[in-house]
Design a protein around this ligand. Structure first.
Ligand code: DGL
Length: 264
C-alpha cells in the first residue's frame, strides 16, 4: 500500500479528462494536478522548451511527494516522455498517446483519423505509432490548431468552438473515415460536439480510460495502490488560479477547491 498521491501534468486543463477517468477507476487515490496554463499551448513549443517545462513540473510534483507521474498530455508525451524517464529514473511515468492501435483494430473501411495539436500531428512519434500499429491503414492526421485555447478560455461550449470544429471536421465526412481518435487531452471535453458533427457512421475513441487502467496496473505491480478513505485532490497552475479554478469546475461539473499558483 502507498497512500501518497498520483501526480498529473498537462499544459492546461485538458489533462483533467485523464484526472476524471483516474478518479472514477481509483477512488481511493489522492491526486495532485498541475496545469501549466502559463505556458499553454504546448503544441507551439519546441522540444527543448517542452523538456525544460516538464522537468520543472516534475520537480514540483516531487515536492508534493507523488508516487507516480501521469503525463496527461499527448504533446508532452510524444516530445518529452523519454527525456523525463531518463532524467527521473526512480520515478514511474505513464504517458498518453493517440489511440492508433485501437483505431486500426476497429476500422472496417481501413481509413481512420487522429485529431491532435499540430505538434502531435507532425511528430515522428505519431509516424512511429502508425508504422507499428496501422501500417496497412490510411491514417489521416488532422492538426487542429486553436481548439485547446478555447477549452482553456472556458469556451468549450461556445459557438466559436463549434465553428472551429466544423472547419476541422466537416472535410472528414467526405472521406471513408469510420473511426476517429482524440489525440489531445483537451478534446474529450468537446466530444459530444465532435460526434454530432461527424455523424452516426463515425466512432470516436479517446485514451482516458485506457490511461487510467495503465496507472492502476502499474500501481498494482508495485503494490502501491492507496487505501485513502478521504482522498485529497489538489490543483496547481502557472496561470491565473481563479480562472483555472472556474474553468475546471465548469468542465468537471464539480468543485475543485483552491487552486495554487506556482512559478516554475
Ligand atoms: N492537452 C494537450 C495534448 O494532449 C496539449 C494542448 C496544447 O497545449 O497544445 O496534446
Amino acid at each position: 500500500m502507498d497512500d501518497r498521491p498520483i501526480g498529473l501534468l498537462d499544459s492546461g486543463v485538458g489533462g483533467l479528462t485523464i484526472w476524471r477517468a483516474t478518479k472514477r477507476l481509483l477512488p481511493n487515490e489522492s491526486m495532485v494536478f498541475f496545469a501549466d496554463s502559463g505556458h499553454v499551448p504546448y503544441g507551439e513549443k519546441s522540444q527543448p522548451e517542452l523538456h525544460d517545462l516538464t522537468t520543472r513540473i516534475v520537480r514540483f510534483l516531487q515536492t508534493q511527494d507523488v508516487k507516480i507521474v501521469v503525463v496527461a498530455c499527448n504533446t508532452a508525451t510524444v516530445h518529452a516522455l523519454d527525456y523525463l524517464r531518463e532524467t527521473f529514473p526512480e520515478l514511474p511515468f505513464v504517458g498518453v498517446v493517440p489511440v492508433v492501435k485501437t483505431l486500426a483494430s476497429r476500422t472496417h473501411t481501413g481509413t481512420v483519423a487522429v485529431l491532435s495539436t499540430p505538434a502531435t500531428a507532425e511528430s515522428a512519434y505519431l509516424t512511429g505509432l502508425i508504422q507499428t500499429y496501422a501500417p496497412d491503414k490510411n491514417v489521416l492526421r488532422i492538426g487542429c490548431d486553436g481548439l485547446e485555447d478555447l477549452v482553456e478560455a472556458g469556451e468549450a461550449n461556445s459557438g466559436r468552438a463549434t465553428a472551429l470544429l466544423e472547419r476541422h471536421l466537416t472535410p472528414l465526412r467526405d472521406t471513408a473515415v469510420d473511426a476517429v481518435g482524440l489525440g489531445c487531452t483537451h478534446y474529450p471535453f468537446l466530444r459530444a460536439r465532435i460526434k454530432r458533427i461527424l455523424g452516426p457512421g463515425i466512432s470516436v475513441y479517446d485514451p482516458s480510460k485506457p490511461v487510467a487502467r495503465r496507472v492502476r496496473q502499474l500501481l498494482v505491480e508495485r503494490d502501491a495502490l492507496a487505501s485513502n478513505r478521504q482522498p485529497m485532490y489538489s490543483f496547481f497552475t502557472t496561470g491565473d488560479a481563479d480562472h483555472v479554478r472556474s474553468v475546471a469546475e465548469g468542465l468537471l461539473r464539480e468543485p475543485v477547491g483552491e487552486v495554487g499558483h506556482v512559478e516554475l
